[in-house]
Structures are given as structure tokens and as C-alpha cells.
Design a protein around this ligand. Structure first.
Ligand SMILES: *Cc1c(COP(=O)(O)O)cnc(C)c1O
Length: 429
């Protein structure tokens, strides 16, 4: 049992909140470190010749799955006017909504975990070494080897797409457990790639639990555990090393007086947690990380605020978990991430669904960037944090801001126009 204070009552009423983390002290105390992130980056580098061979869309970037970092000045000036913001620094957008292969931030962690498992299976076979050219893994002998193993995951959608597409491409027998209400086009797409899609009644946690149970009965099955996988986490963290180079190229530097504020949409916490962990290792105290969740699924905020982490779910305080941001519709946060993120997270905000649609439409109109609702959450957070902090800490006005786009590229056109039109309608009210 927890005591319901005013803050929790606000959350219970689905009010939007801004929370400054009292534990923020700028350094992570996890046993994971930069060496682990570098190890993951090296593994992705070894796989690059394979990725380049089997996914032609990655040829341009030599088999490295990465997205652009761009400035969004038109969106910035529109937001400044609309929301009366006083922002002097630049506003950047991280285009993970365009990541190759699976079109969302899950292409980082999800694909990394599948590759790591494939590498282990290949090495254990005795017919492969880390010094080989990894494009060899596309040969029939390895496809046959991988087909004896299976990979399973429970997912609301985008993680399923990443694991499914990568797993099936390598030749693994791949199963994605989805909740019954997951988007039809995602199920269709996966089935078209030869992935076995199993639908479960109930929410995301239920799908994960069922998936885990199913996988445990099979010793040759690797289960990707979105609620606690270290491999997923490290795959996401590699983003920080890449981002550092992108900022060096754009000649932007950060300091204590001019920090970088990064806004990350949060579901179970793996992707924003991994990215934040990496950023903290790479940029240290010159970075301020902010998570954002839907008012109807604030699982990470609830876990951090009550310090119960994964021991509490939003249902425990009567929150329904229903949101159009399906990538963020998670009732209970990861058992791995809360503890790692607690000392390095600067703030968190929550957002109502209507604003996701509005910002998604504004982003399309001003910058021609089309994203899914989950991926627009960072925009709301940018607005709310700037409004809130400018009253108590004027240094935010000189900061640089980066909103992390997280998904959208795989969404079918018809679906995307529904999102966009919903936003336009709300804006014209
Ligand atoms: C999964 C997802 C997130 C959040 O990632 P978590 O690891 O669940 O916290 C954000 N945006 C999109 C589009 C996603 O698919």
C-alpha cells in the first residue's frame, strides 16, 4: 500500500504533471559502463557487412543502422509563438522515426539483441570466428543452423517488428506474442516476413508473460525480455556514441551553463533508459535528460516517484493504461531501468493524447516529418519543461534542445493520414 499524496492524486486524475527528480545527481551507479557500450558498438560494427548485404537500404551507411540528427527551426518558431516560449538555443530532432529496417527506436536494441544471439550460436557451432567477414552469415549453412533455434518476444508492436524482421532474416524460427488489440498492419507485415504472430487477450504485460512461459519450455529458444534485458539496453545505449559524433560535426558544444536537454518518450523504459545511460556516460554533467509518458500510462514516473520501481503498476492507483501512444502503453516499468536511471534522470513529464496528435500535425506541417503519436510525446515535454523551468531557472533559455523521434516510418499511409487529420481537427478547435 502507498499513501496517496497530492501529486499521486493528480496522476490518478490524468492531469499532466512536471516532475523534477530529487535524486538527480548526474552520475549513474550501475555496474554497466562505457566499456559495455563500446563492446555493443563493436559487435554492431562486426555485423555491418552482413546488414549491408541483406538490407540494401543500409548500403549508404555501410550497414550501420543509424538516423540523422537535424535542426527543426520552423517547428521551433511555431512552438515559440503558439506556446509563448522563451528559447534562445537551437532545437534538434533525432530521426529514429526513420531508422532503417524497422522504422523505430526499437531497431537499435531489438536488432542488437538478435544479432548478439546469432553471433553466439554461430561461434558455438565451431564454423565461425569473430575475425570472419560477417556477410558469411547470409550463407545457407548458417541459415540452416539458425533455423534450429527460435527467438520469441512479447510486444505491443515496434519491438515485435524489429525482432521479427531481423530474426526471420537470419533464419531463426521467430515468434512475436502480441496483445489482441495490437495494430492489424503490424501483424500482417510480420506474417508476410514469415514470422509467427500469436495474439493474446489482455494487455502488454500479459503478452510478455505468455511469451515467456511459451519460450521457457524450449531450450533452443531465446526470449527477448523487454522488461529487463541488458542486451536491449546496451543496444540502445550505443546511440550516445553516434550522437556525440553527429554533434561534433554540427559544431555544437555543451557546457554547464549551456547544457543539452534531451526529451525521450518512455514506455517500459528500455529505449529511453539505454539512450539516457549512454548519454550520461558520454556527455556527463552537461546533459539533462527528460522522460515523457502518457497521462494514462505513467509507469516509469509512478515507479520512480514512489521508489517502488517495477513493484507498482499504474492499475494499482486506478489508472487505465489506455492511450493512443501504443509504443508507450505500458502499465509497469522495466525491472532493470528504474534503478539505473534514478540518479541521472533530470525530470519527467506526462502528456494527454490530444496534444500528441496536435504536435504530430504541427511537425508534419512545419518540417515535413511524419511520426506516430508515441513519437510526438517529446515535443509536449519540450514545451512543458521550458515553461516550467523558465520560471525557476533561467539557464534553460541558453540550452540546446534535442527531441528524440522514436517511430513512424513503418506506419501505412492511410493510418498516418488518420493521425494527421485528427491533429488538424484538434488544432482548429
Ligand atoms: C517502444 C517505443 C518507445 C518507448 O520505448 P520503451 O523501451 O518501451 O520505453 C517510444 N516510442 C516508440 C515509437 C516506441 O515504439
Amino acid at each position: 500500500m502507498i499513501t496517496m499524496d497530492d501529486f499521486l492524486v493528480n496522476m490518478q486524475h490524468y492531469d499532466e504533471v512536471v516532475w523534477l527528480n530529487p535524486h538527480f545527481k548526474k552520475e549513474s551507479n550501475s555496474s554497466l559502463n562505457l566499456v559495455d557500450i563500446q563492446d555493443a558498438a563493436n559487435r554492431l560494427q562486426r555485423f555491418a557487412p552482413y546488414i549491408e548485404l541483406v538490407f540494401p537500404e543500409t548500403v549508404q551507411n555501410k550497414g550501420i543502422i543509424e538516423s540523422d540528427l537535424i535542426e527543426i527551426p520552423h517547428m521551433l518558431s511555431t512552438l515559440k509563438k503558439k506556446e509563448s516560449l522563451e528559447v534562445h538555443g537551437k532545437l534538434f530532432w533525432k530521426c529514429d522515426n526513420n531508422l532503417p529496417i524497422s522504422g523505430s527506436i526499437k531497431a537499435r536494441g531489438g536488432i542488437y539483441e538478435v544479432l548478439k544471439f546469432a553471433e553466439k550460436v554461430a561461434l558455438d557451432s565451431g564454423n565461425f570466428s569473430v575475425n570472419d567477414n560477417y556477410s558469411k552469415l547470409a550463407e545457407n549453412q548458417f541459415k540452416e543452423l539458425f533455423s534450429k533455434y527460435s527467438i520469441a518476444v512479447g510486444s505491443t508492436g515496434n519491438l515485435g517488428l524489429s525482432i521479427g524482421i531481423m530474426g526471420a532474416k537470419l533464419g531463426f524460427s521467430t515468434t512475436v506474442h502480441m496483445s489482441h488489440d495490437a495494430k492489424q498492419w503490424k501483424k500482417d507485415l510480420l506474417r508476410s516476413k514469415g514470422v509467427n504472430v500469436v495474439e493474446h487477450h489482455g494487455d502488454f504485460s500479459k503478452a510478455v508473460a505468455e511469451g515467456r512461459k511459451f519460450a521457457e519450455t524450449d531450450p533452443l529458444c531465446h526470449f527477448v525480455d523487454d522488461e529487463g534485458s541488458k542486451d536491449l539496453f546496451l543496444g540502445y545505449a550505443v546511440a550516445a556514441l553516434r550522437l556525440k559524433n553527429q554533434f561534433i560535426k554540427s559544431k555544437i558544444e555543451f557546457s554547464k551553463e549551456k547544457p543539452l536537454f534531451v526529451y525521450l518518450p518512455c514506455g517500459v523504459g528500455g529505449s529511453p533508459g539505454g539512450v539516457a545511460f549512454g548519454l550520461n556516460k558520454v556527455f556527463g554533467e552537461n546533459i539533462k535528460i527528460i522522460f515523457v509518458e502518457p497521462t494514462h500510462a505513467p509507469s516509469m514516473l509512478l515507479g520512480l516517484y514512489t521508489e517502488l520501481n517495477d513493484k507498482i503498476s499504474v492499475e494499482d492507483i486506478g489508472i487505465d493504461g489506455r492511450t493512443a501512444a501504443d509504443g508507450l502503453a505500458v502499465g509497469r516499468s522495466s525491472r532493470l531501468v528504474g534503478k539505473i536511471i534514478d540518479p541521472i534522470l533530470f525530470a519527467e513529464t506526462t502528456v494527454q493524447d490530444d496534444r500528441l496528435y496536435e504536435y504530430l500535425a504541427l511537425l508534419a506541417d512545419t518540417e515535413s516529418i511524419f511520426v506516430e503519436p508515441s513519437s510526438a510525446a517529446g515535443i509536449a515535454s519540450f514545451v512543458d519543461v521550458n515553461k516550467y523551468l523558465s520560471k525557476i531557472d533561467s539557464s534553460i533559455k541558453n540550452g540546446t534542445h534535442l527531441i528524440w523521434g522514436t517511430g513512424g516510418n513503418m506506419v501505412p499511409k492511410e493510418e498516418m493520414s488518420i493521425y494527421y487529420n485528427t491533429g488538424k481537427k484538434l488544432l482548429s478547435k
